[in-house]
Design a protein around this ligand. Structure first.
Ligand code: FE2
Ligand code: FE2
Length: 177
């Protein structure tokens, strides 16, 4: 490989003047913007559902380890909500509409809202671990798909993925695996 990187300044300056209303999205944006927005809205829906599930589980948890598990669920819930906001912020930067419509959350989410009866701790831990494993796989695929075509969206997803892996690890510790 030879070092042949050359920036065509006059072309870039000309292109930058066009479509100024697209803000940070320039001619060099390498992905399918509408598809990225759609995928990020699925991430947003998934994170909102995860926030709802963890929040409920934290409140209804019963049993001998209730306090410890409930604290962990509360912490995860906060982070899931933050993930939803990170996805929403990026959608907005790309000129899209962050979709918080409760009527379509269910169709867009990749994980289920589960409500085990009687605050069953073991079942809740399992449900959440399954959900975390689903988002880990999904987000890894999104990151590979984004590749280097939209590095900022990819970094947002990488940051979220890192925390989901942490969540799965916390849950496994609590399950006693
Ligand atoms: Fe999350
Ligand atoms: Fe998570």
């Amino acid at each position: 490989m030879t070092d042949d990187f050359v920036v065509d300044v006059s072309r870039i300056r000309d292109e930058a003047r066009k479509k100024m209303d697209e803000g940070p999205v320039t001619q060099t944006y390498g992905s399918d913007k509408d598809r990225v927005i759609q995928v990020l809205n699925e991430v947003l829906a998934t994170e909102v559902v995860c926030w709802l599930r963890y929040t409920r589980h934290a409140i209804v948890a019963t049993g001998i380890d209730r306090a410890q598990v409930s604290d962990e669920f509360t912490e995860h819930a906060k982070e899931e909500l933050n993930h939803a906001l990170m996805a929403a912020e990026r959608i907005s930067q790309l000129g899209g509409d962050p979709d918080f419509d409760p009527q379509t959350l269910q169709q867009r989410t990749q994980t289920d809202y589960t409500a085990p009866p009687d605050g069953d701790l073991k079942q809740m831990l399992k449900d959440n671990l399954l959900a975390e494993r689903i988002v880990i796989s999904t987000y890894q695929e999104i990151i590979r798909w984004l590749s280097d075509r939209d590095p900022t969206s990819r970094r947002v997803m990488e940051k979220i993925l890192e925390e989901e892996e942490d969540h799965a690890d916390d849950l496994l510790d609590l399950i006693g695996g």
